[in-house]
Write a new protein. Structure first.
Length: 117
């Protein structure tokens, strides 16, 4: 892969990492501070049991999103490490080159399409 291509992918990865870190922080704060009711004795208590169920569902959904973003951030970090090592763009499983078209869509891809299937 040409140095210019690697540089472009690195910039894309850094921008994506910055955006995801901001989203991750906002989502984590939202999940931890979620409350859907009145203040009762200094704590947020839902007014109705259905509200409690909705709040729990929304909080669990937020935590699931956090886990997904965390996994993506880890993949981005690994891709940046591979750039530094000089092995970016090669499949972790078979060692073949990952097509640039795949990397343009998923710049943190660690496997080629065949191995990912």
């Amino acid at each position: 892969m040409k140095k210019a291509d690697v540089k472009a992918f690195k910039e894309q990865l850094l921008q994506l990492r910055t955006r995801l870190l901001g989203d991750y922080t906002d989502l984590a704060e939202s999940a931890m501070n979620r409350h859907g009711g009145e203040q009762v004795g200094g704590t947020a208590m839902p007014i109705h049991m259905a509200d409690l169920g909705s709040d729990n569902y929304e909080q669990e959904f937020a935590f699931t999103l956090l886990q997904n973003e965390e996994a993506t951030l880890e993949a981005i970090e690994r891709a940046l490490e591979k750039i530094e090592e000089g092995s970016y763009g090669t499949c972790d499983d078979c060692g073949r080159k990952i097509p640039k078209t795949r990397l343009r869509v998923i710049p943190y891809a660690s496997r080629c399409v065949k191995c990912a299937e």
